[in-house]
Design a protein around this ligand. Structure first.
Ligand code: 13P
Ligand code: SF4
Length: 305
């Protein structure tokens, strides 16, 4: 079967079976093309809450599908490839966070959305990279325990100096792979290019960038900018997507090592299997987990207004 034929079949079957396909920006271009919505973690959670279809198929990683289920508990939610996890989300469990909370009494616990639903049950507020500075500004309390990404946390802390933000050891191993040396080399190779990075990058990388923001933030910046060349410091799929969107501009990866194997797992064939009803994993979460985790996701949506 040709890619185009498979895409046409997916479009036909998703309509026939009342399925909404949500696609994270790091997915491959052939999957982008069959999406009802493609975006960053914040955009995906808003769409998940509003999708009218009976079934939602998430092409991304597990915590994203869990967020969809929490926001739409009565819907059938599928994760396109059951093996697609997030190395950062798996770093912090309930037992360790319970200990940390004892260490930092009175702190408001803010969790990056890249966490498990169990962890969210004992957090106060959730944030995504695009919503974090605004949400943290809007939290009344001054003392904050931010988990688990210390790189994203350091980037937020700089923008909200009035808060006392406690960070822990943790973060995205994919973005942490990219060193300041990679920045120097890329700047040397492309002296006229702007450097756009994700705030999950190491602080010394983010500090040397021309722009830091979420996946959609990076793409919007590149599209609107008058510059002609860009070095992209996030998962390398974004380099390809931008090259498709803006063929008159040039995009270069900051590092060949910025590759998330989990995000790369899902294929168009997985999506085809899901809309046919023979692939994917249906997400099921205990009612009390959904109820408690939902509080911190709802608070995120309220505080961003
Ligand atoms: P975004 O919210 O920017 O899409 O980030 C998700 C992610 O997993 C980045 O590594
Ligand atoms: Fe998780 Fe990092 Fe992959 Fe994003 S890039 S899904 S944070 S491991």
């Amino acid at each position: 079967m040709l890619t185009k034929e498979m895409q046409e079949e997916i479009l036909r079957l998703k309509k026939e079976n009342d399925i909404c396909i949500l696609v994270h920006a790091y997915q491959s271009h052939d999957i982008w093309e069959i999406a009802d919505y493609m975006g960053d973690s914040y955009g995906l959670s808003l769409k998940a809450a509003k999708a009218p279809q009976k079934t939602i198929l998430m092409c991304g990683v597990r915590f994203m599908a869990e967020t969809v289920k929490i926001l739409s508990p009565d819907k059938k939610v599928l994760l396109a490839n059951p093996l697609a996890g997030c190395a950062m989300a798996d770093q912090l469990d309930v037992a360790r966070l319970t200990e940390l909370k004892k260490q930092y009494p009175g702190h408001t616990v803010v969790a990056y959305i890249n966490t498990t639903s169990e962890l969210k049950t004992i957090c106060d507020v959730c944030v995504t990279s695009s919503s974090a500075p605004k949400i943290i500004k809007n939290i009344k309390e001054r003392d904050i325990l931010f988990v688990p990404d210390c790189n994203l946390g350091a980037w937020i802390a700089k923008q909200v100096p009035e808060k006392n933000i406690q960070l822990i050891d943790g973060g995205c191993p994919v973005h942490a792979n990219v060193t300041i040396d990679a920045v120097r080399q890329a700047r040397k190779r492309h002296p006229d290019a702007l450097l756009l990075v994700h705030p999950e990058s190491l602080p010394e990388v983010t500090e040397n960038a021309d722009y830091a923001g979420s996946t959609t933030g990076i793409m919007d910046f590149a599209k609107k900018s008058d510059a002609k060349e860009f070095i992209i410091g996030t998962e390398n799929s974004i380099v390809q997507h931008l090259q498709f969107e803006c063929p008159e501009k040039a995009f270069y990866p900051l590092s060949k090592d910025c590759v998330c194997n989990d995000m790369r797992l899902t294929t168009l064939a997985d999506v085809y299997g899901c809309v046919k009803g023979i692939a994917g994993e249906e997400i099921t979460l205990a009612d009390d987990v959904m109820e408690k985790a939902r509080r911190c996701i709802d608070t995120m949506i309220t505080l961003v207004q």
